[in-house]
Design a protein around this ligand. Structure first.
Ligand code: ZN
Length: 155
């Protein structure tokens, strides 16, 4: 009994230490975004610091539904291109994971994932321009009108 409680305490300490040790600065050039069965991105707004050379998106599907029913991806576009990209993605269809590979308006995108899965994408921050409004969306059929967020380049 004593052994078990000791071990629990130790692992608790180890978890605390890991949090403290995580460098705060490194975290600024990446973000984890959750996508759920209610077609929500969390967070729905991302700020990309201009000082980052690259920026990484970690997409996590926190829902319960499989990819075929509730697939999610993370696709970065200029806000003005959102509807056009959503259309070509839908036309590309499921076999291409809802991404038209010839659509040059897509700035970055992750793979399409289902419940419990995650995917990431890293893109060069120089692809973003100051003063331009960017959006991210899920291009799975029917998701883009609800499932979108905004992204800005910050100082
Ligand atoms: Zn989706």
């Amino acid at each position: 009994m004593m052994n078990i409680s000791k071990r629990l305490n130790l692992s608790g300490l180890a978890i605390c230490a890991a949090f403290i040790a995580a460098p705060a600065l490194a975290a600024e050039c990446d973000v984890t975004i959750e996508a759920d069965d209610a077609m929500r991105f969390n967070p729905a707004h991302i700020e990309v610091p201009k000082t980052c050379e690259t920026f990484t998106i970690q997409l996590k599907h926190t829902g319960r539904l499989p990819k075929l029913a509730m697939g999610h991806n993370w696709v970065l576009v200029k806000q003005a291109d959102l509807n056009g990209v959503a259309r070509t993605a839908m036309a590309a269809g499921e076999s291409l994971d809802f991404i038209d590979p010839t659509d040059t308006r897509v700035i970055a995108h992750t793979a399409l994932i289902g419940a419990g899965e995650s995917a990431s994408v890293t893109f060069p921050v120089r692809k973003l321009q100051a003063g331009v409004r960017y959006s991210f969306l899920c291009t799975f059929t029917g998701h883009s009108p609800i499932m979108q967020g905004t992204l800005t380049l910050t100082r």
